[in-house]
Design a binder for this molecule. Structure first.
Ligand SMILES: [Zn+2]
Length: 311
């Protein structure tokens, strides 16, 4: 556990897949800690948290989930059982959490979706199998207290930061932004188009980055990797990264219709493991869709396939 300015504690929990760890945060308050994010609900999650909370001392007043990805929401129920503290989660984020993790039919929906975007059958099965790896370790809290961007939570303002997840919320107080996966120091947060996601996740993300720069936090606390002491510089780097990737997507499009899967081969190469291919397809699609919004690309839906061409 690391001590950060303002009495904030950073708790680093293990992740069985890359990047190998996830950060949760303890924010101090008059009535106790606000725990931000929970790690994966691995079999020993409760023991891990018990040890961390003993080290921190004091009571937990509330638990806040920034977004429904496994490494953030996965141990919310464990932590609630351990502390009795209420769990807060964004309303849209919780709806998506239920849709994905509370829904046995989700794998089938994902399978159809990858087929629709041109993934060959053998690849599709493997992609979806990979995406189920975390499913047993997701113990989200049913019926949390639902919150919205703009509301306050123990003196912290909830900041909407759609993109990496549609309903991603960050917390801001005194120039400190608890950013979760909205801003990461060395990793580019994935921004993908998924079934039932918002129509233009990359457009959302670029807007959220601009808003982050306007808010001007002096430090950002990420879900993975190093604390960011110049958040605006990182915002500009991420904007540049997506500008370049959009140009690459334009270059990969022509008059011949290309599926999201084909675009992912052009943008990310053909040598990816299934887990990485899954994100590559979703990322390629979020860029293609942004270009559709900009009028640079066109989407075609016919014969059970979605394809893109340049306009
Ligand atoms: Zn995430």
């Amino acid at each position: 556990m690391a001590e950060l300015p303002g009495g904030i504690r950073q708790v680093t929990l293990p992740l069985p897949t890359r990047p190998g760890h996830v950060h949760a945060y303890l924010l101090p308050g008059d009535d106790g800690w606000t725990v931000v994010d929970t790690g994966v609900g691995l079999p020993d999650a409760k023991e891990q948290w018990r040890a961390e909370l003993e080290r921190a001392g004091g009571r937990v007043a509330r638990i806040f989930v920034t977004h429904f990805h496994p490494d953030h929401v996965g141990a919310a129920a464990d932590l609630h059982e351990l502390t009795g503290a209420p769990v807060y989660q964004g309303a849209l984020d919780y709806a998506q959490c239920e849709l994905v993790w509370g829904n046995p039919a989700w794998s089938e929906r994902l399978l159809e979706w990858f087929r629709l975007h041109g993934a060959p059958d053998d690849v599709t099965e493997e992609l979806v199998g990979q995406s189920s790896v975390y499913r047993p370790f997701i113990r989200y809290q049913k019926d949390p207290i639902l919150v919205e961007a703009g509301e306050m939570l123990d003196g912290w303002e909830l900041i909407g930061a759609a993109g990496h997840a549609d309903g991603q919320l960050c917390l801001l107080k005194d120039g400190i932004l608890v950013a979760a996966d909205h801003l990461l120091a060395r990793i580019t947060p994935t921004v993908g188009l998924w079934p039932a996601s918002r129509a233009d996740p990359l457009g959302d993300y670029l807007a959220a980055l601009e808003r982050t720069a306007e808010l001007g936090p002096r430090v950002a606390l990420p879900g993975h990797g190093d604390v960011l002491d110049d958040p605006e510089r990182r915002v500009r780097e991420l904007q540049d990264h997506h500008r370049v990737r959009l140009e690459e997507t334009v270059a990969a499009l022509g008059t011949k219709p290309r599926t999201g899967f084909e675009l992912s081969l052009a943008l990310f190469g053909d040598d990816l493991k299934p887990a990485a291919r899954r994100f590559a397809v979703a990322e390629s699609l979020s860029h293609a869709e942004r270009l559709v919004w900009e009028g640079i690309a066109e989407r075609h839906e016919d014969d059970g396939a979605v394809t893109y061409t340049a306009t």
